[in-house]
Design a protein around this ligand. Structure first.
Ligand code: DX5
Ligand code: ZN
Length: 221
């Protein structure tokens, strides 16, 4: 599938050598850099902020940076990430008082906007905002940590959201995040995903190019 986007989550990268590791994964064929932002409030973990995004840009990363905000509140950090070079900014509806307003805020800063649904968040939250979005991200683990197991009900949810996107007629990407591996990415793609986040499956492998190639082959099969 030529339209398949592979977005390695740098949550599982080597933070002591982040620039080199990001260069390596992009050279190995990754399309986007998935950038997980956790605040120890909305989720029980603490990671990286706009300074690190800006540092990657200064280091020379030109690939799209796909910022996944797991922070509450959302709005006040959006301009900082736009300034730091984010391409796309996604957020969780539970972390925003006014979901439609946050989407407009992200777009007004020149970034593409995504909405993220946790495993137990109903798809109905998309109903009145879907056409404003560039991307829907379905979580197939509860947010906060890499290396968790894929929750199988995400497959049904993907099929539901794929139907909603197709009926909208808009070019909205359908992204999946959590527990994506070479051996399940085929059925995840068949359920409707076109954009795949994978952290531990890529960064814990000895050969990034080999894993990414095997993921693309499984999506295309
Ligand atoms: C979890 C993050 C994911 C995570 C994916 O909250 O949003 O991006 O790092 O990691 P794996 O692929 O290891 O499940
Ligand atoms: Zn993520």
């Amino acid at each position: 599938m030529s339209d398949c986007i592979i977005a390695p989550s740098i949550l599982s990268a080597n933070f002591a050598k982040l620039g080199e590791d990001v260069d390596a994964v992009l050279a190995a064929g990754a399309d986007w850099v998935h950038f997980d932002v956790m605040d120890n409030h909305y989720v029980p973990n603490l990671t990286i902020g706009p300074m690190v995004c800006e540092a990657l840009r200064r280091h020379g990363v030109t690939a799209p940076i796909d910022v996944h905000l797991m922070v509450k509140p959302v709005d006040r950090i959006v301009p900082d990430f736009a300034k730091a070079g984010a391409t796309l900014i996604s957020f969780h509806p539970e972390a925003s008082e006014h979901v439609h307003r946050t989407v407009q805020l992200i777009k007004s800063h020149g970034c593409r906007a995504g909405l993220v649904l946790n495993p137990a968040t109903p798809v109905e939250v998309l109903e009145w905002v879907l056409e404003e979005l560039d991307l829907v991200l379905l979580m197939s683990v509860n947010p906060g940590f890499g290396g968790q197991a894929f929750i199988p009900s995400a497959l049904d949810k993907l099929r539901r959201v794929r139907g909603m996107i197709d009926r909208s007629g808009k070019a909205i990407r359908l992204q999946i995040d959590g527990g994506v591996k070479v051996d399940n990415i085929g059925e995840i793609a068949a359920a409707g995903a076109d954009t795949f986040v994978a952290g531990s499956a890529i960064f814990n492998a000895p050969d990034y190019a080999d894993v990414i190639a095997r993921m693309r082959a499984a999506v295309a099969a």
